[in-house]
Design a protein around this ligand. Structure first.
Ligand code: NAP
Length: 254
């Protein structure tokens, strides 16, 4: 059985690389028209759009810093104009930025991390849900992390807190939007290798240790996360809202 999203439209934030790229490709392969948001990595984002178009799909390149409300507004306006609506929103953009011990925590890093992971999610949801509410239909998938439950590895407590806040926010939003026909869920990855994320914030030793602790015996791939997002975006998940799905090969079980 395969999942079909023909006639559906999606906006994936942070889709220029890593997990977001895999999600954009997966949704497009299922037939959705996909808006590929990026901030700095223009060439990588263009290559995602090209890959979708070469496979016969439809994609839109849309640049926006999702921590800025005016840029969120413009991005959503652009997508709604091109596609007519947004059925599927994936708030994937996020990062730890860098590790910093709590004893050294700066206001600047605190604000960057909270803005990128939580503020972006809250305000992209706010802007996109207006159209979903008007149509009484839509599905939102927000990106957390196993760190939300564990407090994260060294120097990532604020990142962990921002992702825990994404989970709590998504539950509240799910309650608010359920009577209006909109589902809200969260995916929560463990260690997903082959991403710039870990190339930036983790040592080779730390990465090897994380993989060694995975019961399924391998690192996670961006496609592992994308598959779960595809399920949540589809009608197979029609009775699922306010849920967080952990994707970590068994390394953390709630
Ligand atoms: P990644 O490869 O570093 O990609 C991050 C993406 O976020 C890029 O596309 C980047 O776009 C985008 N982004 C960053 N700042 C942005 C901004 N201000 N506005 C718009 N887009 C922005 O990271 P990843 O591993 O794929 O992570 C994706 C998500 O999964 C994040 O929310 C991360 O916290 C979460 N996660 C990852 C892991 C993991 O093991 N990798 C584990 C748990 C959770 P540009 O490059 O174009 O700026």
């Amino acid at each position: 059985m395969s999942i079909h999203l023909q006639g559906k439209t999606a906006l994936v934030t942070g889709a220029s690389k890593g997990i977001g790229r895999a999600i954009a490709l997966k949704l497009a392969a299922a037939g959705a028209q996909v808006a590929v948001n990026y901030h700095k990595s223009e060439e990588e984002a263009k290559s995602v759009v090209q890959a979708i178009e070469q496979s016969g799909g439809k994609a839109l390149l849309v640049r926006a810093d999702v921590t800025k409300l005016d840029q969120i507004d413009k991005m959503v306006e652009q997508v709604e104009e091109a596609f007519g609506k947004i059925d599927i929103l994936v708030n994937n953009a996020g990062h730890m930025i860098r590790r910093m011990a709590n004893a050294e925590m700066s206001e600047e890093l605190y604000e960057q991390v909270m803005d990128l992971n939580l503020k972006s999610t809250v305000f992209v949801c706010k802007r996109v849900m207006a159209g979903m509410i008007a149509r009484r239909s839509g599905t939102i998938i927000n990106m957390a992390s196993v760190a939300a439950h564990t407090g994260g590895g060294g120097g990532s407590s604020v990142y962990a807190a921002s992702k825990a806040a994404v989970i709590a926010y998504s539950k509240g939003l799910a309650k608010e939007l359920a009577p209006r026909g909109i589902r809200v869920n969260v995916v929560s990855p463990g260690f997903i290798g082959n991403t710039d994320f870990h190339a930036t914030v983790s040592t080779a030793e730390g990465r090897a240790k994380a993989v060694a602790a995975v019961p399924l015996g391998r690192q996670g791939e961006p496609e592992d996360v994308a598959g779960v997002v595809l399920f949540l975006a589809s009608d197979l998940a029609a009775y699922l809202t306010g849920e967080t799905i952990e994707i970590n090969g068994g390394s953390f079980m709630r």
